[in-house]
Design a protein around this ligand. Structure first.
Ligand code: TYC
Length: 104
């Protein structure tokens, strides 16, 4: 191991930083389909992801056009609960809407 130079008090050595205090984040994505109504997707984005009407509409249209779209970045358990909430709402309302998550 190379000895390290010392740093003045106001500087921080971040060369080997291990972010113990920051949990990994997960991207929660909505997937497009041909049957779920646009209004329902906007309602889901507002109620589950706390988006404004304008932002929810923007995300919904992006998913509709691109096939999938980002709803947000969350720690594991919050991401899982969002995916579950979308699943339950979709089933309850008879829509095939799918929501997935992946490590950021
Ligand atoms: N493609 C759907 C329609 O034309 C709308 C839609 C948008 C569905 C986003 C799912 O995640 C979705 N009614």
């Amino acid at each position: 191991m190379e000895p390290r130079e010392s740093f003045p008090i106001e500087q921080v050595d971040t060369r080997d930083e291990i972010r113990l205090d920051e949990p990994p984040l997960y991207r929660v994505l909505l997937l497009n389909d041909d049957y779920t109504t646009m209004d329902f997707v906007v309602e889901v984005l507002k109620s589950v992801f706390h988006k404004s009407e304008a932002e929810a509409t923007r995300i919904m249209l992006n998913v509709h056009q691109q096939g999938a779209g980002l709803c947000g970045l969350y720690p594991l358990e919050i991401a899982e609960s969002k995916v579950d909430a979308v699943d339950h709402l979709a089933r309850e309302n008879g829509f095939p809407l799918k929501c997935t998550m992946e490590r950021d």
